[in-house]
Write a protein that binds this ligand. Structure first.
Ligand code: GLC
Ligand code: CA
Length: 567
């Protein structure tokens, strides 16, 4: 099963954050026709699969993840015809399209919720999760002390019916009740509708949270927070696999599609196999977040301190996931998505954009799995220099800010400094296409910040430059897809070498061919000694004069090499 060839195992994916990618009608908001305009660019980059973030009707509390009608396209993003045209044009040039399927919640402006909150006996009441408040010391409080991912409580009081509804994201995103078979049926219809229209599958948003702890009892975590970030109360619970199996049998199995679940809440490889294992998994693969936190950004307190990568930790995470899932489930390969800071600022070095960026691409995209590039990663976009709380857009940042009880100006400054390093808003800045006003994104002022360096760091500047990061990304994907190496890169085994070396990440891939990938993660020279390997060929390198002998070789800053070695 693992080796069975499938289009989605061999695909090269690219994630598009619709609102910030390309604006075709100059209203400052990225749209579906904007993607259409950029299909030739994606094709040239070697992309064969795109994932588009939500374009459904939405009040935009969370930029489209809060959906008020699953069947309609939001006019800010285009029309149903635009989707149809996009699907057709993408398919014509060999690019498949998956879309976000937001199953966990609706907008509070969805007609189900508008109805549900009218009365306890409303037909749609049971589409959502309701509970009575608790009386503690004579005062009413939320049903439990569980936190929301976006700051504050995961409950919101609804005055009219005097009950609380559950919302693990924002209060404008009430959670659906999957215990109710009606909800499951409705949502299966939604999935069918888009699949029948021709989409090639889904990235399933927040799928880990469809099951909730039946018992509404307080978390016994004891953090300083008023509400406890006890994600296990609503993450990866066994019942959700029953719901997903029903989706698989009734919907997914009837199409030649890919389904990728977003699995936060600390999922283990074992849980990932429960989601996406060949034997019983209801999905094809899952995104986990384990590799996203291997540095010290959570500990930094002021701008004089620098970001340091913890490579040993990162290597352990890769080793764990690559080995434990091998031959059991499929997996995506990605550095970041629209919920993370920019890769170049997180694990790279903006002063050495090409070298560190090409190193990171080499380290990740020659492992087994399906690559997903995040827009702007291929040109080395960095974090935005946020300085003020008003510069942020993310509802999660705003809620957390409001829920923080700062005791001093210093504390508030620290919050802003740390948020700037970690915020999802970094990934959502406008894509820099060229050096013209508004970066070639639009003729009008964009809805969000354009990166201040867009005049030098943009697609046009890198496209024809043989030494640019963008050109290197093209080479990575050309190599990954090329014969006779494809089957080794896609399906070959993975073995890490020099596991305890804190500076170098080195691994072997083996099937028809034997491939050795060597990356130096830092800005210093390092010696590597692997004389037992005999180099047949250098397949790719980010220096032009790479050595072919592996005994006591000096690796230069960020040097990265893909060798074919003798078997
Ligand atoms: C997922 C999305 C994120 C969104 C949340 C709620 O985590 O990736 O952007 O805010 O779900 O839909
Ligand atoms: Ca637009």
């Amino acid at each position: 099963m693992f080796y069975q060839r499938k289009w989605w195992k061999e695909a090269i994916g690219y994630q598009i954050y619709l609102k910030s990618f390309k604006d075709s009608n100059n209203d400052g908001i990225g749209d579906l026709n904007g993607i259409r305009e950029k299909l030739p660019y994606l094709k040239e980059l070697g992309i064969t699969l795109i994932w588009i973030t939500p374009f459904y009707l939405s009040p935009m509390d969370d930029n489209g993840y809060d959906i008020s009608d699953f069947y309609q396209v939001d006019p800010a993003f285009g029309s149903l015809d635009d989707i149809k045209n996009l699907l057709k044009e993408a398919h014509d040039i060999g690019i498949r399209v998956i879309v976000d399927f937001v199953m966990n919640h609706t907008s509070d402006e969805h007609h189900w919720f508008v109805e549900a909150r009218k009365s306890k006996s409303n037909k749609y009441r049971d589409y959502y999760l309701w509970a009575k408040g608790k009386i503690v010391d004579g005062k009413e409080v939320e049903p439990t002390n569980w936190a929301s991912f976006f700051g504050g409580s995961c409950w919101e009081k609804d005055e009219l019916t005097d009950e609380y509804y559950m919302k693990i994201f924002s209060k404008k995103m009430p959670d659906l009740n999957y215990r109710n078979p009606e909800v499951r049926k409705e949502m299966q219809e939604v999935a069918k509708y888009w699949l029948d229209l021709g989409v090639d599958g889904f990235r399933i948003d927040a799928v880990a949270h469809l099951g909730r702890s039946e018992e509404l009892i307080d978390s016994n975590l004891k953090t300083d927070n008023k509400y406890q970030p006890d994600w296990r109360k609503f993450s990866n619970l066994p019942v959700l696999f029953d719901y997903l199996k029903e989706f698989k049998e009734n919907v997914f199995d009837h199409y030649e599609i890919v389904t990728i679940g977003e699995v936060g809440g600390d999922a283990s490889p074992k849980e990932a196999i429960a989601y996406a294992g060949y034997k019983n998994g209801p999905l094809k693969m899952v995104f986990n977040f384990d590799h996203c936190w291997s540095n010290n950004v959570w500990q930094l307190e002021k701008s004089s301190e620098t970001v340091k990568v913890d490579l040993l930790n990162l290597k352990q995470v890769f080793d764990k996931w690559q080995r434990k899932q091998y031959q059991k489930a499929w997996a995506p390969l990605y550095w970041l998505n629209h919920d993370h800071p920019r890769l170049m600022s997180h694990y790279g070095n903006p002063q050495k954009r090409f070298l560190s960026g090409s190193m990171l691409a080499t380290a990740l995209y020659f492992m087994w799995g399906t690559p997903f590039v995040y827009q702007g990663e291929e040109i080395g976009t960095t974090n935005y220099p946020f300085k003020d709380i008003r510069e942020f857009n993310d509802v999660g940042v705003k809620n957390s800010y409001e829920n923080s009880l700062f005791k001093s100006l210093e504390e508030e400054k620290k919050f802003i400094f740390q948020t700037a390093l970690k915020s999802r808003d970094n990934a959502r800045t406008i894509m820099s296409w060229n050096a013209s006003k508004y970066g070639g994104f639009s003729q009008s002022e964009p809805w969000f910040h354009l990166h201040p360096d867009y005049r030098s760091v943009n697609v046009a500047a890198q496209l024809d430059d043989p030494d640019s990061l963008l050109t290197y990304y093209k080479k990575v994907f050309e190599l990954r897809k090329s014969e006779p190496y494809l089957s080794t890169f896609v399906y070959g085994s993975y073995q890490q070498l020099l596991k305890r070396n804190p500076h170098l990440y080195i691994y072997l891939r083996e099937k028809e061919k034997k491939i050795l990938v060597i990356t130096n993660f830092f800005d210093q020279e390092r010696v590597v000694n692997l004389p037992r390997f005999k180099v047949k060929k250098i397949l790719l390198s980010n220096y032009s004069d790479t050595r072919t002998i592996l005994a006591n070789v000096l690796l230069r800053p960020y040097e990265s090499i893909v060798y074919e070695v003798e078997k």
